[in-house]
Ligand binder design. Structure first.
Ligand code: BES
Ligand code: MN
Ligand code: ZN
Length: 486
């Protein structure tokens, strides 16, 4: 979408006005108010009305989009109202829109960020494999209209919205790509492209292929890979700005398809398992965005990539694997593979000696049961780090809820033949916490946070600014987090 900023209303574009739920919708034009009311529009959230005003109107088409009551207005409501209006514009095949800055929150920066982000995220469609486009077209251009005196704030808001939504949509593309084309090797190719485009920003990429993964002693990643015909890949991005107060390592789970291995999933359980690389995809997206946000923090992006397949050479329940940090793991369920590849990736991250580690993983079904499809579970060993992530998530409105790393559950992972088992004797009880406790064994004493994004990384349906498939979660949160260092 082409984005511009304007101080006057372009006649030819569909004008989108944000309308409060009150007598006048917060707009001046009496005729417009009348017409909207006649059509039953009340300014309620998630409702729109399409109007064709008479000649003297500044725009030939207007969509009013409801915000609900002024008192309860939030940035998220602006995002959703904008998304709702954009979908309406798509349905009437209008390809050009303008968003009129509502100026209700008294913060043109945040308002312009929210309305444009909602529109850009809602305009996403994964349609590359459709032989016929559906009726509704993507919006091609959008201008944000606001008064001149806020121009620099609006510009900043627009830039942020563009960077964050572009990143989220890039992550969505990676997640939505069919698993037989988004293999570890293909993922590495895309990573190489990202490096090429970002070299001038001080970003470097190391790609480790199977031989080097063997040399590094990543027995857990290699174990998971054994049942697959596709080789594993280990990626390490590094960004070092001139002024950096801290160094952070992002560590991502990159299972490009999770069949469960010999502990095979059900057919239904496998349907969405191309999304099991959402953690790694998010990190790649973030590195792609670094030249734009230029965070004042040193950053490592570490990703372990493999399929989890039940081929003839597949690792078996009962096998013992040795992770890079020397710890041995008894595998009792080959479907608990994420924690295995992360055992190596976290060990590797510790070796880089960062000030903090944050891992991103679609790790457990249990977190989906406990928190639902919209909320990620997060846990860790450092309150300050967890608070910083929570704070960033309030900017993006990507939802996180804390889970306790309950020490007394650790004994369920005790093994009689290895240092640790990959599932607990307590079976499914507290599955997400157990996953976190397992990962904790591989972070040493580094400040660390674990984000279990199994629910919100994927959306089963279209709703507000989400579309079916990958959501881009938690890329916007982590970009806000990185920006907090600037
Ligand atoms: N990738 C899955 C978790 C998952 C499930 C993500 C549904 C998104 C939606 C993970 O590898 C897995 O299979 N976890 C098992 C662990 C269990 C065997 C201890 C689970 O949660 O069932
Ligand atoms: Mn699994
Ligand atoms: Zn998995």
């Amino acid at each position: 979408m082409k984005i511009s900023i304007a101080t006057t209303i372009p006649k030819e574009k569909t004008l989108i006005l944000f309308a409060l739920e009150n007598e006048t919708f917060g707009i001046q034009d009496k005729k417009l108010i009348e017409e909207a009311k006649e059509q039953g529009f009340k300014g309620k959230e998630n409702t729109t009305v399409l109007l064709f005003p008479k000649n003297e109107s500044p725009a030939k088409r207007i969509i009013l989009t409801g915000l609900g009551k002024e008192k309860t207005l939030t940035e998220e409501k602006l995002r959703r109202a904008s998304a709702c209006a954009l979908r309406k514009a798509q349905n009437i095949s209008s390809e050009e829109i303008s968003l009129f800055l509502p100026q209700i929150l008294n913060n043109p920066y945040k308002e312009s960020y929210a309305i444009l982000e909602g529109a850009l995220l809602a305009n996403y469609k994964f349609d590359k494999y459709l032989s016929k486009q559906d009726g509704s077209k993507k919006i091609q251009s959008c201008s944000v209209i606001g008064s001149e005196k806020f121009e620099s704030d609006i510009k900043k808001g627009i830039e942020l919205a563009q960077t964050l939504s572009e990143t989220a949509c890039f992550v969505r593309d990676l997640v939505n790509e069919p698993p037989s084309s988004m293999t570890p090797t293909q993922f590495a190719k895309l990573a190489k492209e990202v490096e090429k485009n970002c070299k001038s920003s001080g970003i470097r990429l190391k790609i480790f292929e199977k031989k080097e993964i063997e040399k590094m002693g990543m027995g857990a990643l290699l174990g998971v890979n054994r049942g697959s015909a596709e080789p594993p890949i280990f990626l390490h991005f590094h960004y070092k700005p001139v002024k950096a107060s801290k160094s952070i390592a992002f560590v991502g789970k990159g299972i490009t398809f999770d069949s469960g291995g010999l502990s095979l999933k059900t057919a239904e359980g496998m349907e969405t398992m191309k999304m099991d690389m959402a953690g790694a995809a998010t990190i790649l997206g973030i590195f792609k965005a670094i030249p734009k946000i230029k965070p004042a923090v040193e950053l490592h992006g570490i990703m372990a990539l493999t399929e989890n397949m039940p081929g003839g050479r597949a690792y078996k329940p009962g096998d013992v694997l040795k992770a890079m940090n020397g710890k041995t793991i008894e595998v009792l369920n080959t479907d608990a593979e994420g924690r295995l590849i992360l055992a190596d990736a976290l060990s590797y991250a510790v070796k880089q000696n960062p000030d903090a580690i944050i891992d991103l993983a679609t790790l457990t079904m249990a977190v989906v049961i406990g928190l639902g499809a919209l909320v990620a579970g997060y846990m860790g060993n450092n309150e300050e780090l967890l608070n910083a992530i929570k704070k960033a998530s309030l900017e993006s409105n990507e939802k996180f809820w804390p889970l306790p790393l309950e020490k007394d559950y650790r004994e369920g992972l005790n093994s009689t033949v290895a240092d640790i088992k990959n599932i607990s004797s307590t079976r499914r009880e507290g599955g997400s916490i157990v996953g976190g406790l397992f990962l904790q064994e591989f972070v040493g004493d580094k400040p660390w946070a674990h984000l279990d994004i199994a629910g919100p990384a994927w959306s089963a349906k279209e709703s507000h600014y989400l579309s079916p498939g990958g959501t881009g979660f938690p890329s916007r949160t982590l970009l806000h987090y990185l920006l907090s260092f600037n």
